[in-house]
Design a binder for this molecule. Structure first.
Ligand code: ADE
Ligand code: ZN
Length: 335
């Protein structure tokens, strides 16, 4: 099974670039930039990654991001992620970045986006990995901060395909950002949002109706609402599911209890993604493996996750067709 999954072409649609900061690189950047971190070894950092919910993770994740200061740091972070993509046969990736995590510490928006974009361009040229960038607003911050961030992004409109919404879902419903998302759509951005991760199925409905999203990030809480599941299946509204994240943050106690198989078999456009792989124990192949080991999925169903991600991606129809043909050819060879 590992060989089949390893070689399977993959498309990632839910990946926070700040969540790819491995403890070793965190240490290297802390030294390089003279930033204090409250750990003395990378092993100590790993030992601190024992989360009981989303917030307990976010507290550590924002602290880790403090070591990212210069454009080269963002380049190195992104380049390291692309090496994992290459090893895992990820052929296309759509990456989130959280500018407010950096601009609130005095790091310029340009520093962040130029470092990430330069690595993505090298990834395209040297590794053949296509990519897009999605700028997320932090939902625990206020609407004014999100509007200011959208202003900063306008000069980089050609580098950012969509805006998203992440951070603490509870207490920060989609409604809080309806006006910012309307303005982003007017400016030509597509939209996505985290909804139904720790929050309720209502957040999924509101993300669609109030934010006009093209995809729902996570969305696993749709199981609470039979009518919603039917609607998501009928509309082929994509859900970017993150299996290892969900078990590490206790959205599901065990992988064998995850609802991804049920959602797939009901005809929802579910995909597999790694979310914050440096914190949750694995990149794309590890996420596919964790699902395949715990749940009764055959090769065709595993390949369907890739076909769903191609369908849900923000690439052209011609590019979708090409990636789908490549995936079907791989499946035919390995069936
Ligand atoms: N930011 C990074 N990872 C996240 C997640 N899983 N949910 C919400 N915000 C996040
Ligand atoms: Zn996420």
């Amino acid at each position: 099974m590992r060989d089949f999954i390893q070689g399977l072409p993959k498309v990632e649609l839910h990946l926070h670039i700040e969540g790819t900061l491995e403890p070793d690189l965190m240490f290297e950047l802390a030294q390089r930039n003279g930033v204090h971190i409250p750990f003395s070894t990378p092993e100590q950092v790993r030992a601190a990654y024992d989360f009981h919910n989303l917030q307990s993770f976010l507290d550590i994740y924002y602290q880790g991001a403090n070591v990212l200061i210069h454009e080269q740091d963002f380049y190195d972070l992104t380049w390291a992620y692309l090496q994992h993509c290459h090893a895992d046969n990820v052929i296309h990736t759509e990456i989130f970045f959280d500018p407010q995590t950096h601009t609130d510490r005095g790091v310029a928006f340009a520093t962040v986006i130029n470092g990430i974009s330069r690595a993505l361009a090298d990834g395209r040229e040297q590794l053949g990995i296509s990519s897009e960038l999605i700028m997320c607003f932090l939902r625990h911050l206020d609407e004014a901060s999100a509007f200011a961030t959208l202003e900063m992004a306008l000069p980089y409109r050609d580098k950012i395909i969509a805006v998203g919404l992440d951070s603490s879902e509870q207490g920060n419903p989609p409604e809080k950002f309806a006006r910012v998302f309307a303005k982003a759509r007017e400016a030509g951005f597509l939209t996505v949002a985290h909804a139904g991760e720790e929050g309720t199925a209502d957040n999924i409905r509101d993300a669609m109706s109030l934010l006009g999203v093209s995809r729902v990030d996570h969305g696993v809480a749709c199981s609470q609402d039979e009518a919603l599941m039917n609607e998501l299946a009928a509309n082929r509204m994509p859900l970017t599911v993150c299996p290892l994240s969900n078990t590490r943050l206790k959205v599901f106690d065990k992988m064998s209890e995850h609802n991804i198989t049920d959602l797939l078999r009901r005809g929802l456009c579910v995909t597999i993604n790694s979310d914050d792989p440096a914190y949750f124990g694995g990149y794309m192949t590890d996420n596919f493996m964790a699902v395949a080991e715990a749940l009764p999925l055959n090769h065709k169903e595993l390949a369907q996750f890739t076909l769903n991600a191609i369908e849900a991606s923000f690439i052209t129809d011609a590019a979708k067709q090409q990636l789908a043909e490549r995936t079907c050819a791989y499946l035919a060879q390995h069936s």
